[in-house]
Design a protein around this ligand. Sequence first.
Ligand SMILES: *Cc1c(COP(=O)(O)O)cnc(C)c1O
Length: 223
Amino acid sequence: MSSIAENLNAIGSTLPREGVELVAVSKFHPVNALVEAYAAGQRSFGESRAFEMRDKAAALPHDISWHFIGHLQTNKVKTVVPVASLIHSIDSERLLLAVNAEAERIGKNVDVLLQVHVAQEDTKFGFSPDELIRLVTPDLISSLHRTHITGIMGMASNTEDTDRIRADFRAIRSCFDTLSAGAFNGDPAFRTVSMGMSHDYLIAIEEGSTMVRVGSAIFGDRI
Ligand SMILES: *Cc1c(COP(=O)(O)O)cnc(C)c1O
C-alpha cells in the first residue's frame, strides 16, 4: 500500500497548477494520519463531525484550515464556527442564519458554501438550484455581517455512469454561474465551486470545480 505522502503527491500531480484547491478529507481517520499529511505539506483538512473536528484542531498545528463538510445540525453550530475556516454544507436558510448569529456573537468571520442538490438520490441534503437562486438575494447577502457566502458545494450521483456524473457537475457549475452573475453581481469573492471526491474529482475539474474534497484516495478506507 502506498503512503499518505505518496498519495498526496500522486493526486497533486493530476491537479491543474492553479485554481483548484485540494481538501484532504480526514474524517474517521486518526490524528497520526493527519500528522503524516501535514508533514507532506497538506494544510486543508475536511471533517464531517463537529466534535471530531474540534478535537483534531486542538491536537494539530494552528496553520491548518479546517473545512466542515458534513451535515451540520444547528445545535453543533457553536462547536463548528470557532474552528472552521470554511463550512461547505449550508443546506437551509435557518442554518445560514444560525451560523451568522454565532459568528457575530463570538466576533469571528466565517466563510460558507451553500450546498446544492442535483444528484439522483433523494437522501442527500441541500437546496435545489431553483431554491438557491430564489433564496440568495443582495438583501440576504448584505444582512450577513460575519458570514460570507464564497461559493457552492455539491455532489454528483453515486453511480458508475460518467455521463450522469458529468451532467450533475455541469448543473452545479451552472448554478454557481447563475448566482455569480445574478445576486453576487460578479463579485470575485464569490469564487468557490466545491465538487469532486476520490472517484470523480477529475471529471469535476473538467466541469469547473475549484475545490476538490478527496478522502479515501489519500487516507485509504475509512475506519
Ligand atoms: C466523505 C466525503 C468526501 C470524501 O469522499 P471520498 O470518496 O473518500 O473521497 C467528500 N465530500 C463529502 C461531503 C464527504 O462526506
